[in-house]
Structure formats: C-alpha cells, structure tokens
Design a protein around this ligand. Structure first.
Ligand code: ZN
Ligand code: ZN
Length: 322
C-alpha cells in the first residue's frame, strides 16, 4: 500500500503512533555522498540511548546503491551507515520534535529515510528523496487501522493503476510535433533541432514505419537501407594511462553498435564525440575536491602530465570531426 501524499503534522504524528505500536525497530540512514549539518548529527546523538546496531550497507529497504561493481570511470559506490533503533516512546518524542513530516527525513538537515521494521521485516518503507513511501503488510487488522488514520492518503497498487495521470495531453505540450504525421518529413530530410515553438518527436503511431532519425546528423533514413556490416570503426582510439585504456569502454560499445546511425561516417563521428565526452568526464571528476573512489581518477587528479595527455588526446580527437 502506497502513501501518496507526504504525511505532515497530525497525520505524521498519528502514523508514528501506529508504527511505534506495531514495529519493534526503526532505521535512519546516513549516506556518505551527501553532507550532513550539525542538526542531523544532533538528532543521531539524541537517539543514541535507543541504538541497537549501526551497519555499513549498500542496500536498505527502498534503496540500493550502485550495482556493487565499479562504473565505467572505475568509481565504486560507498556504503551508507544504517542506524537501527528501538521503538521506544522516548525515541518517538524525538522523531516528533525534530521533524513534522515523513518525507523531510533527508540529508543534509536530517538523517535519511526514516523507516520501520517489524520482526526483522520492513514494514513502512520510506525513500524521502523520491517521495515514495509504502507499507509491506498483509495483516487485515493492520491494513484497516492504516486506512483509518485520518487524512493519510493511501492507495493500493490496483487503485494506483486505475488512476494513472495523463502525461501527454494536448494542452500540456501544444508544441510537440510528430516529424512524420505532422511535419511530413521524408527519407533523406534532416530533422532540425527542436526550438521554443516546436519540439520534434515521433508519435507512437509512426514509431514502426521503418524510418529512423540518425543520432549523429539528424538525417531520416530507412533502416532496411543500411548495411549493418558496413558500420565499423575506421580507426580505433586508445589512450593508455599505466595499464588502462581510458577509451576501451567507449570502443567496446561502438564495436557492437549497429543501429541508430545512417552511415559509417555517422557512426565514426558519433564514436569520436563519445570519446571526447568520456575524457572530458574524467577531467571533470579529477577536478573535484573530494577524493574519488576510482584509483584512476585519483591518479589523474594528482598528475599534471596525465592531465595534459588527456587534453592533448581531446584536441587530437577534435581534428577528426572536421
Ligand atoms: Zn506521427
Ligand atoms: Zn547520419
């Protein structure tokens, strides 16, 4: 059962009263990638007498940090600290004093994601950043009591399905124009950039007409007319730093990429552009103050020679584009 509106003030209090009567534990989370204020630390200190455990975790109810593997820049997710507390009445008083709504449990001013646990199982799961909260319970009596919390907005998954908001209404996006049925573009035409008065898109009806828009030059082409075997990289780009090729990740993608472009020339200009952006991202990550979880990024950070190598490679790649 989903809570569809942030429980505030009296609703927040009634919800906490009920959760404290049903559950034996509650949790809050501190993520290392977001700073916290003195207020958030003070809340943890005041809750300390009720602390059961404190664990480093990549996952907690409602959230999973990363895939566990490093991303394409070698960065790894850092675990968050999950604090487990007893549902003691005094602890409840603190939760009511420091906040007046469920979704306000967010860093930097408070710890994150106040959630409740009953017999080791998540019972009320709250992901404040996404304003998503829901109950995991099949207990009829509990469900009835939840429904009876005054002004708490709850929906069952079924009632949510029947209530999907209409996103694409004509009055909301009057400028959206289908390039085929409205703008009458044909094979060989180049779709211009969208502008303030017209946003170009392909409507659902026209999606399966065999015509595609090239991701590199915007030309409309028939996908049957492109020989996939021709779509190969002219010159494989590499940039070796120690034992790593910084461009290997992009090269691997383009070795297997056979769609979305109208010609070999377009495949190659897209490839070069992606290589440039990839190296620029390395430089941007290396210019951040905080130490990275990627060894490679940290190596670039501390070494002007390597930085220069990256910048030279970017300049060299740019010459391919003209
Ligand atoms: Zn259309
Ligand atoms: Zn093209």
């Amino acid at each position: 059962m989903f809570i569809t509106d942030d429980p505030k003030d009296k609703v927040y209090k009634d919800l906490l009263d009920f959760a404290f009567s049903v559950c034996d534990q509650f949790i809050v989370v501190i993520r290392k990638d977001i700073n916290i204020t003195k207020d958030a630390s003070a809340v943890l200190e005041s809750l300390a007498p009720f602390l059961i455990a404190k664990r480093e975790q990549f996952e907690w109810p409602g959230t999973k940090l990363g895939t566990g593997r490093p991303d394409c820049f070698g960065q790894k997710a850092e675990p968050a600290t999950v604090y487990y507390f007893k549902t003691d009445n005094e602890a409840k008083k603190i939760l009511l004093e420091v906040s007046n709504s469920l979704h306000s449990w967010m860093q930097p001013n408070l710890p994150e994601d106040l959630s409740f646990i009953k017999n080791q199982n998540p019972w009320l799961i709250n992901t404040s950043h996404e304003s998503i909260s829901y109950f995991e319970t099949e207990d009829k009596d509990e469900i009835k009591k939840i429904m009876n919390i005054e002004d708490l907005q709850v929906r069952t998954p079924d009632s949510l399905k029947n209530n999907v908001p209409k996103v694409y209404t004509d009055d909301k996006y009057p400028n959206m124009k289908c390039i085929f049925c409205e703008k009458r573009f044909k094979e060989g035409d180049t779709v211009p950039e969208s502008n303030a008065s017209e946003i170009y898109f392909v409507c659902l009806k026209c999606m399966n007409n065999d015509l595609k828009v090239c991701n590199a030059d915007g030309k409309i082409f028939n996908k049957q007319s492109v020989n996939r075997g021709d779509l190969i990289i002219d010159e494989i780009q590499t940039l070796k730093i120690e034992d790593s090729d910084l461009l290997e990740f992009i090269t691997d993608i383009f070795k297997n990429k056979k769609g979305g472009v109208c010609s070999k020339k377009c495949l190659n200009s897209l490839y070069i552009n992606e290589c440039i952006m990839h190296l620029q991202t390395y430089l941007a990550l290396a210019s951040m103050e905080k130490e990275s979880t990627s060894d490679l990024v940290n190596m670039i950070k501390g070494n002007e020679d390597i930085k220069n190598k990256l910048m030279h490679k970017i300049d060299e790649l740019k010459t391919f584009l003209w």
